[in-house]
Ligand binder design. Structure first.
Ligand code: HEC
Length: 475
């Protein structure tokens, strides 16, 4: 696929949200510690208690969302907060619906920097705690409460970088009228205050004030420069950022424009909504080793399949050809041949209510075929899965990426009408089959070879650093 093909894809309007990339940026550095070694435990004196066993798990894996002012309906900060929810907590945790981490754990890479999921041991501890009557235990065993940042007034990456953003871009105000309709206003701001080109290290977007927060649904800010548009990040309520790999960045030029890509959801009264994007840069004059494309759009319903797009590529391209029969299922696949070596740093799916799962697979130039990940689609969550640095897939030139989307239009919870034919479209009742892949392309083969060699050295010295399923481990 050539650059132009990518730009064409990048230009497409996107209405997506992401979850995940930002969450762990401010997760507390806690060690829940191995409290019990998993030996048989029965209810009674040995039963897990909230203070000693459960609070540390909640702090690490739940409270970011389950606290006043965050996105979940109830708080899990204290015993008094959590106790009434004990039964529901067990249900959600045992069924793996909470914490939200919709990925197939039996196949593909499993090392993520923002992994929200619970270990089997934690699930078991929570289940045993509830079965024992959800005892509080000794309050003296409680871990100190986590100091959560003020989600509205502070920037999440501020601690991480030791400073507020280097550049803040504020949107024009938009009046979100109280008419009950989704609103997608075209909000744009010309970037001011940049005197030279800079390389972006991290990006965060958030509502500028509490009022704006009430109507914020999600945002897909993009950057317009040199006549082209490319995505910055995608965000949804609760998560608002992206930190690029530390050897990669995205270039921003003084004459660029930020398009906020907003989706607002009105409340009972009109709200003047304002959004802000914060950018952290690499030091002035420092160019990161690689330029990342950020999240590139791949689709299962649109594909040229062409290694070297010819003037006819556009004509043969499939585009939006989804057709899902009533009370039936359908699977679509897209193929993309990489015309340059590439590295993947994150992955995010997107479907609507008939979406069941999406798979990203690679066929390497030597013929090996491997599943990189299988995302279990859950329309409630738009998670970005961010790979640990040592397992980021490294894909040689000529690799075929296959994206698969499976749709289920049989009667199920969440399907508004199984008797409909469903086609591609942006309304929730239509379907989509996008997969956003965080990519860095290498213009120089030597750069890629160097990364592959480093990876090989690493795996020789620390053989357990990736799962055997990781394609990264095989290069
Ligand atoms: C990324 C944010 C997030 C994280 C992390 C998270 N939750 Fe949730 N949780 C939500 C949201 C939002 C809802 C409401 C929507 C829903 O029910 O799915 C919810 C709903 C729930 C419910 C259902 C409440 C009811 O109405 O019965 C339970 C129980 C729950 N969460 C428990 C947990 C536990 C326990 C953890 C940690 C082990 C956790 N959650 C982690 C966001 C989160």
């Amino acid at each position: 696929m050539n650059t132009q093909t990518f730009h064409r894809r990048l230009c497409q309007v996107s209405v997506f949200s992401a979850l995940g990339a930002g969450l762990l940026a401010f997760a507390p550095a806690l060690s829940a510690g191995p409290r019990q070694s998993g030996g048989p435990q029965t209810a009674g004196a040995d039963a897990p208690t909230f203070s000693k066993d459960i609070a540390p798990i909640f702090q690490k894996k739940c409270q970011v969302c389950h606290q006043p002012g965050s996105i979940a309906p109830m708080s899990l900060l204290t015993y008094a907060d959590a106790r009434p929810w004990a039964r529901s907590v067990k249900d959600r945790v045992v069924s793996r619906k909470m914490p939200p981490w919709p990925i197939d754990k039996t196949v593909g890479i499993q090392e993520f920097t923002n992994d929200l999921s619970l270990s089997d041991h934690d699930v078991d501890t929570i289940a045993r705690w509830v079965d024992a009557g959800a005892p509080q235990g000794n309050p003296a065993d409680m871990p100190p409460p986590v100091k959560w940042p003020d989600f509205i007034n502070s920037w999440r990456y501020q601690d991480r970088f030791g400073r507020p953003p280097d550049l803040i871009v504020e949107s024009p105000a938009y009046n979100v009228v109280a008419n009950g309709m989704d609103q997608f206003p075209p909000m744009q701001t010309k970037v001011k205050g940049l005197t030279s080109e800079r390389w972006i290290r991290a990006i965060e977007i958030k509502p500028a004030n509490p009022e704006s927060r009430y109507v914020f649904h999600h945002a897909n800010p993009s950057l317009k420069q040199d006549g082209k548009s490319s995505p910055l990040i995608a965000s949804a309520v609760g998560t608002e950022g992206q930190i690029f790999p530390d050897d990669a960045g995205k270039l921003i030029k003084p004459d660029s424009t930020v398009n906020f890509g907003m989706h607002f959801w009105p409340i009972a009264k009109d709200v003047k909504a304002v959004m802000v994007v914060g950018l952290w840069f690499y030091p002035e004059g420092q160019r990161p080793q690689f330029e990342t494309q950020g999240q590139v759009q791949f689709r299962a319903d649109m594909s040229t399949g062409a290694a070297t797009p010819s003037k006819h590529s556009r004509e043969i391209a499939r585009r939006g050809d989804l057709l899902i029969p009533p009370n039936g299922t359908a699977m679509y696949q897209g193929t993309y041949v990489l015309d340059r070596p590439a590295r993947i740093h994150d992955l995010r799916g997107h479907m609507h209510v008939r979406g069941k799962y999406q798979i990203v697979e690679a066929i390497y130039p030597d013929g090996r075929r491997e599943i990189i990940n299988k995302l279990n689609w859950d329309h409630g969550w738009h998670t970005t899965f961010v790979y640990e640095p040592n397992v980021r897939p490294l894909l040689p030139k000529g690799t075929v990426l296959i994206t698969t989307s499976m749709f289920d239009n049989t009667p199920h919870k969440g399907n508004p009408d199984p008797d409909q034919w469903v086609v591609a479209g942006s309304r929730t009742v239509d379907e989509m089959s996008h997969i956003w892949i965080g990519m860095t392309f290498f213009e120089k083969e030597e750069d890629f070879k160097k990364l592959v060699a480093e990876r090989e050295r690493l795996h020789k010295s620390e053989p357990k650093v990736t799962s055997p399923a990781s394609p990264a481990s095989r290069h």
